[in-house]
Ligand binder design. Structure first.
Ligand code: GLN
Length: 555
């Protein structure tokens, strides 16, 4: 039964002529599959094609929502509240499109769907197997996505590294799709080409082996992308073409650029966009218009003055947990000709009794502005509260995001409202003054991932506030991912102490934005503005925050 419906889907996709570009990665992880997928998207979109993107993650988690950010990086939240891989953030930022749950597929979701189907008797007594049942479920998702979104191109990034057994299910589904759709599918493989300093050579052997792994899975790449630190000599590229069986014209170099936009320009100069269209037999080969990205590159190049902004964080040592915030800060900086240097300070070290306490405080005091990002659990929260006190007392620009806003309000409750020991019940369930707490309706929900307010909600702005001035709109929509809320029982006391609640979710009367009118910029938001900042439109609150930091530095 299920096979028949796959056949029907295939027939419809053939009729629609939707083109799939599948991006796999080889040799090792972290070589930039997400960045490459975005770059291909930028070139096609700038040539006028309509497209969307899917990320397939081979892990068994249903979504990354419950994974540690240190292991998996940031959890990117879409408008519909899906908790997804951070690559979706790259796609949204670079392509200026909004994605949803159906752009994020994990092996966990596929197995969950197959097993739920089995329990419901969907497979009519059949023995359920990876092939055809699980592979068909993957194919079905990809095909339905193409039909639903009615785009010309669907880019599919396969997470992980070719050769890992985790990814086999996706590769098998792709192999079948390739058989069924022929040249409507293009296989792009990104591989790493190391440069050996001690011999001064680049080595293509890992790439050859990685392509062999693909071939074992029944896939021959149509184009190869060689990730490299320095330009690869033509001789080596030709060797790759010969040994891997890929046309020379379909091999591209992916160099490391400080500004990602330069990669778009470079790939375009290597003729990537034309080659893709050639593969798909387009009659007219369109040219990519990269003028916006050229302007953006000049903006970056003009940004010479540095701004030192601190992230008072729980996860130190990797930028991935805060990637959207860092990108939003940098973008806001470029539009004000500033190069934002992000200093990540371990919040815990700001607490008394810590070994590197003094160095951490020294770093904090040198900052031009302070940002406390979102987070869960109590580790480091007291350090964040201390950072908020410092910012408030010294008129240092402060931006609190989600947990960061809660921290700002805990600090204000203790220092200004006089509520000793005030806290969030997430941090101290027995606090006498639960200024941040669960809503009554949330208590008793125990299933992880099910009890959060997630996705876009409307927020009504209070006129004549810093937040309203930044947005310039009466109602805004922002994305959420949190459980706890400002306790309305304390709103009056806060207002008496000088705080202003400048944005509220009217349906449930929940605080969305809080600010101190007399401070240079001390503002907290319950939502995650970082997910909606793009190079084309920097987020208004990030811009206002960076502007306050620039002004302070100039004085
Ligand atoms: N832990 C807090 C809550 O659940 C904040 C969450 C966040 O910062 N994303 O409300």
């Amino acid at each position: 039964m299920i096979d028949q419906s796959i056949d029907q889907l295939i027939a419809r996709v053939k009729e629609m002529q939707t083109k799939f570009i599948i991006v796999t990665g080889g040799v090792c992880s972290s070589i930039g599959k997400g960045v490459l997928t975005s770059s291909i998207g930028v070139l096609l979109k700038s040539s006028g094609y309509k497209l969307s993107v899917i990320k397939c993650d081979p892990y068994l988690n249903v979504d990354p929502g419950t994974m540690s950010p240190l292991e998996h990086g940031e959890v990117f939240v879409t408008n519909d509240g899906a908790e997804t891989d951070l690559d979706l953030g790259h796609y949204e930022r670079m392509l200026g499109i909004h994605l949803a749950q159906d752009s994020s597929i994990s092996s966990g979701q596929i197995f969950q769907e197959v097993l739920e189907g089995e329990r419901k008797g969907k497979y009519l007594g059949k023995c359920i197997q990876l092939v055809p049942h699980a592979a068909n479920t993957v194919k079905q998702r990809l095909l339905e996505f193409a039909l639903k979104h009615e785009v010309e191109y669907v880019l599919v990034e396969i997470g992980g590294t070719v050769g890992d057994m985790e990814g086999d299910l996706f590769l098998e589904a792709i192999r079948q799709l390739r058989m069924e759709l022929g040249r409507q599918v293009m296989l792009a493989h990104l591989s790493y080409v190391p440069h050996l300093e001690w011999t001064g050579e680049v080595k293509t052997k890992p790439t050859q082996h990685s392509v062999m792994e693909l071939k074992k899975a029944g896939l021959v790449p149509d184009c190869l992308f060689l990730r490299t630190e320095q330009p690869i000599p033509e001789k080596s590229v030709e060797k790759v073409a010969l040994t891997c069986g890929v046309g020379r014209d379909f091999i591209f170099q992916v160099l490391t650029f400080e500004a990602l936009a330069k990669l778009f320009v470079d790939l375009n100069e290597q003729n990537l966009c034309a080659r893709i269209q050639q593969h798909f037999n387009h009659e007219e080969i369109k040219k990519a218009d990269l003028s916006f990205w050229q302007t953006y590159i000049s903006l970056i190049e003009q940004s010479s003055k540095e701004l030192n902004i601190g992230l008072i964080a729980k996860y130190v040592g990797a930028n991935d947990p805060y990637i959207s915030i860092i990108e939003a800060l940098k973008t806001a900086g470029f539009y004000q000709q500033r190069r934002v240097k992000v200093t990540v300070i371990d919040a815990e070290l700001l607490e008394p009794g810590q070994e590197e306490h003094d160095q951490a405080w020294q770093q904090l005091k040198e900052l031009d502005a302070i940002l406390v990002p979102g987070g869960f659990d109590k580790r480091g929260v007291e350090g964040k509260v201390l950072a908020a006190t410092w910012a408030r007392e010294n008129n240092v620009p402060f931006f609190g995001i989600c947990l960061g806003m809660q921290v700002m309000l805990i600090e204000a409750a203790r220092s200004l409202v006089g509520l000793e020991g005030a806290n969030s019940t997430e941090i101290d369930p027995k606090t006498k003054h639960a200024v941040i707490s669960l809503l009554d309706e949330q208590r008793g929900v125990t299933r992880k991932g099910a009890s959060m307010r997630r996705g876009a909600y409307p927020c009504t702005m209070q006129p004549a506030t810093k937040a309203q001035a930044a947005y310039g709109k009466p109602v805004i929509y922002e994305r959420h991912r949190h459980r706890y809320e400002v306790n309305n029982a304390y709103r009056k006391s806060y207002e008496d102490a000088g705080l202003v609640f400048s944005g509220v979710y009217r349906d449930k009367e929940l605080v969305e934005i809080a600010e101190f009118p007399d401070h240079r910029f001390m503002l907290g938001v319950q939502f995650h503005p970082e997910f909606c900042s793009t190079p084309r439109s920097p987020h208004p609150l990030f811009s206002a925050f960076v502007k306050a930091a620039v002004e302070r530095k100039q004085q």
